[in-house]
Every structure is written in C-alpha cells, then in structure tokens.
Design a protein around this ligand. Sequence first.
Ligand code: AMP
Length: 288
Amino acid sequence: MKIIRTVQTMMKEMELLKDKKVGFVPTMGYLHEGHLSLVETAKKENDIVIMSIFVNPLQFGPNEDFDQYPRDEQKDAEVAKQAGVSILFIPTVNEMYPDEMSINMTIGKGSNVLCGKSRPGHFDGVITVLTKLFHMTQPTNAYFGLKDAQQFAMVNSLISELNFPIQLIGLPTVRESDGLAKSSRNVYLSSMERTDATALYSALKLGQKLIVDGIKNPVTIIKEVENFIRTSTKGSIDYVELLSFPNLENVVIINEQIILAVAVKFKKARLIDNIILNPDGSQLDRIN
Ligand code: AMP
C-alpha cells in the first residue's frame, strides 16, 4: 500500500493509473468495519482502491468536535493495508486548503432537513471537499455508506448536477451485534449511554414494522418512533423524520421510497441512524 500525502503526488499517481478501474472510499479515519465494508466491495468491483483519510474542517461547525474528533493515523494505515487498500491518501489541512477558499459551494435542495437543519453549512463543506478529492483521485466508482444517507443524497446531486464521470454506490450500514450503527463517534459514549444507544435502531425497526403492517401515515410512525426513543434513552432527540429518498421531501402518505431517520444527542456524542424503505416496508441496502 502506498501512502500519499501531497495533492501533487496524488494527481501524478492517478495520471499513471488512468487506464485502471479505480474505486474510491473517502473517510475521516479512525477506521471500523463500516469503512472496511466499503473497501471490501470496492476491491471486488475495481482494479485498485484508493482511500482518503481527511478530517475536513469545512464540514464542522464552530461548536462541533473538529479538534476532539478521534484520530489514529498509524493504526488506520495498518488496518487499511490489511483490508487491501492500494493507495492511502492522507493530506494535511494545509495541503487541502493552502489558502482560504475564494469559491464557496452551497447546496440547496435537501440540505435544510435532517442533519442539515442542526448543522448549518455542514453539507457545503462535504461537497467542497469531495469536489476536490474527486478531481484528485478521478475514480470510476465512489463508495459511501448509507449510514450517512443525507450525505449520500447530497453527493448524488453533486455528481449528477456537476457532471462528474463517477458512479456513486451506497452500501448498507454495518452494525454492532446489538444493532448500534458502527461509528467513529461511538467512543464518546459512556457505558450507560452505549446501552441506551441501541434504542435508535430498535426504534427504526419499530417504524419499519408499522409500515410493513400497512400504516401509511408518516405522522403516526414518527410519533411512535419518538415515543420509543424517549422512553428508552436519556439522550435528547434532535430529530425523527420520515422523508422521500433521495429527494428528502415531505411525504403525506407512504407510497414511494422513503427514509426514516433519527438523530439523538448524548452528553458528548450525537448519533444518527436511518433505514431506507420501499413503500411496502422492505429495506433497501445497496443503491447505485
Ligand atoms: P466517516 O469516516 O465517518 O466520514 O465515514 C466514511 C464513510 O464510511 C462514509 O461514506 C460513511 O457513510 C461510511 N460509514 C461510516 N459508518 C458506517 C457504517 N456503520 N456502515 C457503513 N458505512 C459507514
């Protein structure tokens, strides 16, 4: 596995690899099985796999956890190598943003719901860094986790509206055995909160069951999911929303593909989870 730290070297390397099928897995590091599942699929579908590790300051708000975000470059490099990553791109903040950006990218549609509502500017930062990373790595296929489903929807708009010649692939959320979605931020949870946190997925499964049972009114489902979380955790609900997917618009009656998504704030961690469902309640795993 090659470790590359500069934009110039990365772009030179890609020039040499331009006839290869390249799978790209962008991450913020502190790797876990969720990240590795993306690598595993990317390996099967491409000649080489590039992973980036970059904690992007542009997507963190002033009171968010940019400084505290867990980092372990040495371990990540070992894990990425074992997983079969061909090139690990680890630029510094200064390498990615040598000067203050004079171009501001802003995403509209779908960015003012779910996490976009409580994290203003977050997805603007995400699409900015991804535009740069896509240019640097020029992938054939880009792999994202559906755990961050709103991010997937925003990247979908970025790729289609700005005509990136990249195939976007969304893969299922990898979970702990008790259902908690794997996340680098789970390390922030106290042991009591870790127990409580399983309620997020249980609440989503309850919502799914209601849809399978034939309930078509989103309001009823949201209420039940909220009640479940409220009675089984000490965390505070940031949102429970049911929207069309990937358009992220309000739904009056469930007769199209939807996302049921939750965000719950614990003392140090804000956890998100979701499921993407067909109108009959069956779950979608891979999107491309
Ligand atoms: P992050 O390092 O948190 O920015 O995540 C990098 C990529 O890994 C994103 O596409 C995430 O959606 C994906 N990812 C994070 N957690 C999981 C998970 N539990 N299952 C599947 N993909 C995940």
